[in-house]
Every structure is written in C-alpha cells, then in structure tokens.
Design a protein around this ligand. Structure first.
Ligand code: 13P
Length: 246
C-alpha cells in the first residue's frame, strides 16, 4: 500500500509569520496521512523546528553540492536545514529558469545523494493538450527527468498540467486518471513492477477543499501537490482530511 501524501508548495510566499499556519496544520494533523510543506528556502530551518509530524521540503536545489553558484541552494544545505524532500522540475522553474529535463535529472540525483526524496513535476501546456500531445509530453519528461535508481522512497512524481496551475481550471477526473495510469505503466516498465507500483503519484493544479474528494477518488492518485490552498490551515487541513478519508 502506498502511503498517501498531501504536499503543499508555498512557492515565493511566506514570511516568518506564516509559520503560525504551519503550526496550526501540525496541530490538526493526526499523522495517518503523510503531510509535506515546502516553504521558501528562507523558512526551511524555522519550519522544520515547528513542523511536528509534518515533513519539510525545499522547492529546488542545485545539481552541485557546493561552489561558486551565487544565490543557489544545494540539496545538502536543504537536508542540513531539516528538509527531507525537495520539489524538482516544477513548471515555474522550467519556464522562469529554463530548466530542462536534463537539469531536473541532475538535480534529482543530487537530491538522492544528499538523502532527500525528490518530488519531480511533469505536465503539459494547454497547447500541447489541445494538440493531443499530452501523453507524449509526459512520457518524454519522465524519461528525461528521472535518473536510474528510483525507489518508492526516494521518488514522488507530481502531474501538474500547466494550464491548471493557479487558474481554477481542473482537468476532468477521466483526464487525470488517464495520465496517472499512463505514468504508473511507464514507471513499472522503466523501474520494474515493484518499484513502479510503490512510487507515489500526486496530482497538482487548482486543488481546493471543494474538489479534493473527487480528485482523490481517481485511480493511481496517491495525493496532491497543492499551491495556493496550502498557504492557510483553513484550506489545507480539509484537503489533508479528504485524502485521509479517500
Ligand atoms: P495551485 O494549487 O495554486 O494551482 O498550484 C499548484 C502547484 O503549482 C503546486 O506545485
């Protein structure tokens, strides 16, 4: 059985006062469902000290362990600050920073070397979906972004259709199911059935308390990667509960 995972990506949001929301989430969290919050890098250490049973993650890391890379953060630094996960290859990184599948693969390897689990993001744009290229895009991103050596512990894959991020638009449950079943089959083929079955697959893109139940009922959806609705305990706790009840 895969343990369900409710993950929050705070993106570039959150000053120290936001830790009150994390504390409220932590108090409401019984621990049956795994919960992960990825705050901005500036808050990782403080978040880790108040998170209780909630895991803390980074939102990106450099592929190198140290060196002359002004402004960057290494996987070792995240681990040292108390993180156990790192999000890699988010579409905002791919777009804003030109990250390629090859970059994401190198970063994933660096995360694993540091002992972090990687949440590797894939997803198609609206024009790619409209051109019926979704599954080809996902296949290419999985093949290119994932190094050899994945396990159910070191890898989580998040399907985030770019057109659903921050837009309030959500794919139909059939569309989500089609991609998640496809990703499961690809992972089983590449890494073997045992590993492929144990990697958790998250859906991300406009997940809210109001749509969480139906998304979590889709086969091969093991949780969510939530942006906006992970910033406040009042929104995120109901999503955690919906996942626990699914
Ligand atoms: P929203 O939940 O705000 O649409 O963001 C999704 C996302 O990008 C999570 O990584």
């Amino acid at each position: 059985m895969r343990r369900k995972l409710a993950a929050g990506n705070w993106k570039m949001n959150g000053l120290a006062a936001a830790l009150d929301e994390l504390k409220a989430m932590s108090e409401a969290n019984g621990g049956e469902t795994e919960v992960l919050i990825c705050p901005p890098a500036t808050l990782v250490a403080q978040a880790a000290s108040v998170a209780g049973k909630i895991a803390i993650g980074g939102q990106d890391c450099h592929a190198k362990t140290s060196g002359a890379h002004t402004g960057d953060v290494s996987a070792d630094m995240l681990k040292d600050a108390g993180a156990s996960y790192v999000i890699l290859g988010h579409s905002e990184r791919r777009t804003d920073h030109g990250e390629t599948d090859e970059d994401v693969r190198a970063k994933t390897r660096a995360a694993w070397d540091a002992g972090l689990s990687a949440v590797v993001c894939v997803g198609e744009s609206l024009s790619q979906r409209e051109a019926s290229n979704t599954l080809d895009i996902i296949a290419g991103q999985l093949a290119g972004s994932l190094p050899d050596g994945a396990t159910g512990h070191n890898l989580v894959v998040a399907y985030e259709p770019i057109w659903a991020i921050g837009t309030g638009k959500v794919p139909t449950t059939d569309q989500i199911g089609e991609v998640h079943d496809f990703m499961r089959a690809k992972l089983e083929k590449r890494f073997g059935e045992g590993v492929g079955r144990s990697v958790r697959l998250l859906y991300g893109g406009s997940v809210k308390p109001g749509n969480a139940d139906e998304i979590f009922a889709v086969s091969n959806v093991d949780g969510a990667l939530v942006g906006g609705a992970s910033l406040k305990a009042a929104d995120f706790v109901p999503i955690i509960e919906a996942l626990g009840a699914s």
